[in-house]
Design a protein around this ligand. Structure first.
Ligand SMILES: C[S@@+](CC[C@H](N)C(=O)[O-])C[C@H]1O[C@@H](n2cnc3c(N)ncnc32)[C@H](O)[C@@H]1O
Length: 282
């Protein structure tokens, strides 16, 4: 990673709604996310009926990372970057289960990075150099050209204001032949009413925390940045019903977080895993 350079690569300012959500409001501390991961999970391996416990929900969140890491296919001795790492739970899982040479977790929010460093203090001490947490924006990464073999991002892309800049930075920090995988939610098409529909259903779109964009906004940005082999996998059926069942412990049908499932069932929103590669050097 490029060391602190006095702000030259400091990147865009954090949006106030992101600052609040992952700072004072600390989304990761609410009971529905207890355990450290802040994502909706990949529920394929979880029994679809019967009572759900916290261990099963955490398993689904780990499985979302496993699905992304399997999709990217890490080469041996990989240098891996996660963009929007939150509390660093996925970085630690990747290190433990996939054996890369090193993992860098990047996040725009300094409080998230503090939490990550605290949660993984033992590993940071035990394996210096294999795990690090760095502050920076997806749109302006404090990293050298070609520094990483692989870039992942899990359920953070909905917050990135500039997908073109994120795509260009991803292409820049990947080495030739390197790969990227992003898990996140997007609208299924670019019908002009989609942002208003989502704002009407979901507070997180209404307050601007989540930004409504079609999945083609990212795949198109990747193609524009020179990435190739773009693949789009819809995983909504493995995400929303399981997550909604977990939410039903606290939230009645029709309350706002339950509307994620509703938006998926209405064909407005879907959850995707998107992959692409930087072409190899000639
Ligand atoms: C929903 S959390 C996901 C955390 C983690 N990936 C997980 O699955 O547990 C989204 C994270 O993205 C970070 N984030 C938001 N906007 C960002 C940006 N523009 N650049 C980098 N990180 C950002 C937030 O601070 C937050 O930690």
């Amino acid at each position: 990673m490029v060391p602190n350079d006095g702000g030259r690569r400091a990147g865009p300012a954090m949006r106030p709604v992101v600052q609040e959500t992952y700072g004072p409001a600390d989304l990761g501390a609410v009971p529905i996310f207890a355990g450290g991961f802040i994502n909706f999970g990949y529920w394929q391996a979880i029994e679809p009926t019967g009572p759900l416990d916290e261990a099963a929900r955490i398993r689904s969140q780990q499985d979302l990372y496993r699905h992304v890491l399997d999709a990217i296919g890490l080469p041996g001795q990989a240098e891996l970057l996660e963009v929007g790492c939150g509390r660093g739970m996925g970085c630690e899982l990747a290190l433990r289960e996939y054996g890369p040479a090193a993992v860098t977790g990047l996040d725009i929010h300094p409080e998230q990075l503090q939490r990550a460093r605290h949660a993984h203090a033992d590993r940071l001490r035990a394996e210096p150099g294999r795990l690090r947490f760095v502050q920076g924006a997806a749109e302006r990464m404090p990293a050298a050209d070609g520094e990483f073999d692989a870039v992942i991002s899990v359920e953070a892309v909905q917050h990135f204001p500039d997908l073109g800049a994120f795509a260009a930075e991803t292409a820049r920090v990947l080495r030739p032949g390197g790969r990227v995988a992003v898990a996140g939610f997007f609208t299924v098409d670019d019908a002009p009413g989609r942002p208003a529909e989502l704002a009407g259903l979901l507070d997180s779109f209404a307050n601007g925390l989540d930004i409504a964009r079609p999945v083609t906004a990212l795949t198109g940005a990747w193609a524009g940045a020179g990435l190739t082999g773009v693949r789009v996998e819809s995983i909504g059926s493995q995400v929303w019903p399981g997550w909604d069942r977990w939410l039903s412990r606290w939230w009645a049908p029709g309350t706002w977080p339950r509307n994620f499932r509703h938006a998926w069932e209405q064909g407005i929103l879907d959850y995707y895993v998107l992959t692409a590669a930087r072409p190899p050097a000639r």
